[in-house]
Design a protein around this ligand. Structure first.
Ligand SMILES: [Zn+2]
Length: 161
C-alpha cells in the first residue's frame, strides 16, 4: 500500500506540466487515472480500518463467554447441604482447637464430629459431596450478554445457515 502511494506520488510530481497543458485530452485522461488510483487506495485504507475496528471490538468488548462465577470455572460445586455441614464443622473445629491446643488432628476431628452429632448435625451422607454446577451445567463458562445475543440470532436464523 505504501509502495503504491509513493509510486503514484512520484508519478504525479515528476510529470512535466508542459506535457499536460499542451494536450488537454491527455491531461484529462491522466488526471482521471490518478484520481481513480487515489480513490482505490482510499478504499483499501477504509477496508483495513474497518477490519481493524471489528477485530479490536471483538477482542476488547465482545467477549462471548466468561468464567462461571458460582463454580469459578470448575463446572461442579459442593452440594449445599455439605457446604452447610462443613461451615458448622469449621466453626466447631475452631472452638475445640481453642479449648484443646494439645489435641492431634484425628482427635480434634473425632471431638468435632461427636459434638456436632449431639447438636443433631451429621454428615449428609445420602447426598453427593459435589454436584454439577446448576449455573453453567458443568461447562465452567457462561455466555456473556454478547454471547447470548449471538446465540439468539443463530437460533432464529439457523435454517438460513
Ligand atoms: Zn458453573
Amino acid at each position: 500500500m505504501l509502495f503504491e502511494i509513493k509510486e503514484l506520488k512520484s508519478e504525479i510530481l515528476s510529470d512535466p506540466v508542459e506535457n499536460l497543458t499542451s494536450n488537454p485530452a491527455l491531461a484529462v485522461e491522466q488526471i482521471t487515472g490518478w484520481c481513480i488510483q487515489i480513490l482505490d487506495i482510499l478504499e483499501k485504507i477504509e477496508m483495513m480500518a474497518l477490519g481493524r475496528k471489528v477485530i479490536n471490538e471483538n477482542e476488547m468488548g465482545y467477549l462471548l463467554e466468561e468464567e462461571c462465577h458460582l463454580c469459578r470455572g470448575q463446572g461442579k460445586i459442593t452440594h449445599p447441604e455439605w457446604l452447610e455441614y462443613w461451615d458448622a464443622y469449621m466453626l466447631k473445629k475452631e472452638e475445640i482447637e481453642e479449648k484443646n491446643s494439645n489435641l492431634k488432628w484425628s482427635e480434634i476431628d473425632n471431638v468435632v464430629k461427636t459434638e456436632l452429632e449431639k447438636m443433631g448435625v451429621t454428615e449428609p451422607l445420602d447426598k453427593p459431596e459435589e454436584i454439577v454446577c446448576p449455573i453453567c451445567n458443568g461447562k465452567g463458562d457462561v455466555l456473556t450478554s454478547y454471547g447470548k445475543t449471538l446465540l439468539h440470532f443463530l437460533k432464529r436464523h439457523w435454517d438460513e445457515i
